[in-house]
Structure formats: structure tokens, C-alpha cells
Design a protein around this ligand. Structure first.
Ligand code: ZN
Length: 303
């Protein structure tokens, strides 16, 4: 596994044979190299599955926005890396032995940082907040008990944001029963950004010394907002060809991966009927089939 978050820890007592630990920003060269290494390991039989995670598209999406020429340029370089991948598959004659699954774990939407912003300190006394986690589309708040109701009331009337007590969090988020859910959860409307105060925002990607390195893209909004959708692409002996599938959910990918590896999936929240029709069905013809997964944090698919 290459740069895959969590590959360096035991999960149910198991670790991958090889783990190149997650780093925030591996280069395109690192990415291409890990694809090459994966193909080698899969073709010489030292691995049954390889996974590569690449975050540059997310970083550029945040800094420049999903519609920016900068993001287009990084998607173009990704395209070149995938040409290398297809080239190696061809050279090693792996078409019938290798499934390749490409997917992102979220989308990205344009953001007017500093313009569409909700500064909590303008509406509530921050000394009444014991803890605040995160900033952006979703913020978790732990108010002092004595001020809880007043804070809830004050934030509830604000525009461009919803405030939920735990029991009010919509079921479709599959979130409210979590152990670490805060007494109040704030969810911004798409394109809006919640923070304590503008002055506390960091300025990424800024060489000027001036607060100009604003963010132009963000994710984490309501998952029904279409911009939040990721993508899913697959090729190989276990998949039908030239099939354009309907939307699936992130939790469905696990079932697909297990199927291609011949592993019995553990109980999970994915839906088999949502993915089954993508699969070619027949048993592999040429011995063991391998899987290469490429996870890309973000990719906005826009015309
Ligand atoms: Zn991100």
C-alpha cells in the first residue's frame, strides 16, 4: 500500500505486507513510481492487491478551486500517470488478470473564502464554549451547560447554516449515534464556511506574507449536494466494458473490492444491488485475478 492512510497500523491484527506511510503531499513522481511498483508486485505474484492514495488533486482543489486552470493542469498530469499504468498493463499482458479500480472519497465545490463566511464570535460569547472542533462546512460545539440553550437559540436563527442538537441530526447522515458527536453540530450551506473568526484562519499557499492565499474549494457539505460526489471507474476482467453506471455510495466500494479479490465481505452498509450489475459475472479465465486500487482524494468532474 502506498500513502494509504492507516496502512501503518494493525487492523483486526492484520497489516499489509508493504506500507509506504501516508504523507500529505507525495509528488507525481512518487505516485507514478508507486503505480510501477504495484504492477511489478502484482505481476510477479508477491501481492494480490495493491492500493495507492494520491492527494495532490485535493490540495490543488482547495487552493485554486474545482474549476481552476491549476486543477486542470494537475488532472492532466494524473492522466499521464494513468497512461503509464495502461502502458505497463499492456507490456506485461495483464489485461485479463488485473482489475483496476479508481475512485475518490469526495467531491469539491467552489468557495468564496472570506466572503461567504460565518464568524461565530459575532453571535456568541466564545468563552461559553468548552470545545470547538474543526472549521468549514461542519463544526462541532461543546457549549457550557448553563449557556447551552441560549447558544442554540442564537445560532438557530442565523442564515446559511443549520444547527442540530444530537437528536435533530438527520438520520441520512448516519452520524448522530456516534460516540464522539458533540452536543451541537453546525452545518453550513454549500459554499459557506463556519469559523470562530476570520482572523484565526490560516493562509495556505501564500508566499506574499499578505493574507492572500485564500481557499477556493472545499468539501464536507451535505452529501446530497451534487458537487460533493466523487467518481468511480473500473476496468478489468471482473467488470463489464463501456458501462455507464448510476450513482453508487462510498460504502459500496468495499463490496466491489471484496468481490474482485474473491473475499467474503463482512457485514457492511453497502448495497450489493447497486454494484452487482457492473460486474461481468463469469469466473476469471486466466488464473488468479489481482486488484489495483487508486484512491484519489477529490476529483471534481465538471465539463
Ligand atoms: Zn480536502
Amino acid at each position: 500500500m502506498y500513502y494509504w492512510p492507516g496502512c501503518e497500523v494493525d487492523i483486526l491484527g492484520v497489516r499489509p505486507t508493504h506500507c509506504e506511510e501516508y504523507v500529505y503531499n507525495p509528488s507525481l513522481k512518487n505516485f507514478t513510481k508507486s503505480i510501477e511498483n504495484s504492477i511489478n508486485a502484482l505481476s510477479n505474484g508477491s501481492a494480490d492487491m495493491a492500493a495507492v492514495y494520491y492527494e495532490q488533486i485535493d490540495v490543488d482543489g482547495h487552493h485554486h478551486g474545482p474549476l481552476s486552470p491549476q486543477l486542470q493542469a494537475s488532472i492532466h498530469s494524473l492522466d499521464i500517470a494513468f497512461q503509464t499504468l495502461n502502458q505497463r498493463i499492456k507490456e506485461k499482458n495483464l489485461h485479463n488478470d488485473l482489475n483496476v479500480i479508481l475512485f475518490s472519497d469526495h467531491g469539491m465545490t467552489q468557495l468564496k473564502w472570506m466572503e461567504k463566511i460565518i464568524e461565530l464570535e459575532l453571535y456568541i460569547n466564545m468563552s461559553h464554549i468548552i470545545k470547538m472542533m474543526d472549521r468549514g462546512p461542519v463544526v462541532s460545539l461543546w457549549p457550557k451547560q448553563a449557556q447551552f440553550e441560549a447558544i442554540y437559540q442564537r445560532l438557530s436563527v442565523l442564515k446559511h447554516m443549520k444547527v442540530y442538537k444530537i437528536q435533530e441530526i438527520p438520520d441520512r447522515y448516519h452520524y448522530k449515534k456516534g460516540r464522539f458527536v458533540s452536543p451541537l453540530t453546525l452545518v453550513a450551506d454549500p459554499g459557506w464556511f463556519i469559523t470562530e473568526s476570520k482572523s484565526k484562519l490560516p493562509y495556505w499557499n501564500n508566499d506574499t506574507g499578505e493574507p492572500k492565499g485564500w481557499q477556493h474549494g472545499w468539501h464536507g457539505y451535505d452529501n446530497e449536494f451534487v458537487d460533493m460526489r466523487g467518481f468511480f471507474l473500473a476496468q478489468g476482467p471482473d467488470f463489464k466494458q463501456n458501462l455507464r453506471a448510476g450513482p453508487i455510495r462510498a460504502v459500496d466500494v468495499y463490496n466491489v473490492m471484496c468481490h474482485t479479490l474473491g473475499i467474503q465481505a463482512l457485514p457492511n452498509n453497502g448495497s450489493w444491488p447497486r454494484v452487482e450489475y457492473m460486474l461481468s459475472g463469469g469466473a476469471p479465465l486466466y488464473g488468479p485475478v489481482h486488484t489495483l486500487m487508486l484512491g484519489l482524494l477529490l476529483l471534481a468532474l465538471q465539463a
